[in-house]
Design a protein around this ligand. Structure first.
Ligand SMILES: [Cu+2]
Length: 338
């Protein structure tokens, strides 16, 4: 019986543990740790100041004279000299200035430390924000090793990652709180963010600058994993989509090519190479669809392809009317894009 009562809580705990973390107070990398340290210092200083102000207020209340409705106003005390007042105000002003200096110095220090993260052997990723999804291009000195993906990034644990941030339309903000602070993505400009994950895990990021209708539905996932599994993932992402297809999968590809999909999406190796929407070469390997809005499974994929405007109103993907046969074949084909 007791166990039954506990069950919902246990289940809840299990799902929470499995959910990707989005928490600036759980730093999982060197840069976020430094920002977290600065935050702790700031909160500590502010807490001490707040407590001191409350103590001063209570002391003043405690020491002031008691009165009731019949007590005449004591105007004389206003003119009486208060020898300690000047000293106390000076002390308080001095302490405030000193504490603000402590915070300024810590702030500069944090900034310098952030800039000093070693960058040898870095992974270079170009992240472009679109209304309302994320494009990621993994750069490499060897052109053959460059690949693109969307909304879900993988990075190796312990290796620095240099992200070049861009926007294709309006101002967005890249925010991955477990690994770093926010960075604006401004059209026509390039900004850089350097981070390193020191603990493996899946971290959730979110656009942090209001960028239009679906701003709240513009999330992304970053999976930090050991270097070998990262390299395996990257190799898989570099591969073109398989052309070994069953009859129905081929029919699905035909639907993809003949309907509007091909006008906006890339599937490497298939001939579809439009870049208006996310690269779909490996869409089946992603956990979510449409920037973290839907879990990636056949049912949600069907819902997304047939009525994206219902699931993410305003999104730049139009609905495509498909017959039942076309839809099933298309879903089979999309399922091969691992
Ligand atoms: Cu945005």
């Amino acid at each position: 019986m007791k166990a039954l009562v506990l069950l919902p809580f246990l289940l809840h705990a299990a799902t929470v543990a499995a959910a990707p973390s989005q928490n600036a107070l759980r730093p999982a990398g060197i840069q976020a740790e430094r920002i977290h340290d600065l935050w702790l210092l700031t909160v500590g200083v502010c807490a001490v100041v707040f407590a001191a102000v409350l103590v001063a207020l209570l002391l003043a209340l405690w020491r002031s004279g008691r009165s009731d409705a019949t007590t005449a106003p004591d105007v004389a005390s206003l003119a009486a000299p208060e020898p300690t007042l000047k000293r106390n105000v000076l002390l308080a002003v001095g302490a405030s200035i000193a504490l603000l200096f402590v915070l300024i110095v810590a702030d500069f220090q944090t900034d310098r430390l952030l800039g000093r993260m070693p960058l040898a052997d870095a992974v270079h990723i170009e992240v472009t924000a679109h209304q309302w999804w994320w494009e990621a291009r993994y750069n490499d000195p060897e052109p053959g090793k460059i690949f693109s993906t969307a909304n879900e990034l993988h990075i190796p644990v312990g290796r620095p990652v240099i992200m070049t941030l861009k926007s294709s339309d309006v101002i967005h903000t890249f925010w991955l709180p477990n690994l770093h602070g926010k960075k604006d993505m401004i059209p026509g400009r390039t900004s850089l963010i350097r981070l390193r994950a020191d603990q493996p895990g899946t971290y959730r990021g979110q656009c942090a600058e209001f960028c239009g209708l679906e701003h709240a539905m513009m999330a992304f996932l970053v999976t930090a994993e050991p270097n070998e599994s990262y390299e395996a993932w990257a190799d898989a992402q570099r591969r073109e989509a398989s052309n070994v297809l069953s009859a129905r999968e081929s029919r699905g590809r035909q639907v993809f090519m003949e309907r509007s999909c091909v006008m906006c999406h890339t599937v490497q190796g298939s001939g579809a190479n439009a870049v208006f929407g996310p690269d779909l070469t490996h869409v089946a390997s992603r956990q979510t669809l449409a920037s973290g809005v839907l879990p990636n499974n056949r049912q949600q994929m069907a819902a997304w392809v047939t009525q994206p405007q219902k699931l993410k109103p305003g999104t730049n993907m139009p609905a495509t009317a498909l017959s039942g046969e076309e839809l099933e074949a298309l879903l089979d084909y999309l399922g091969t894009l691992k």
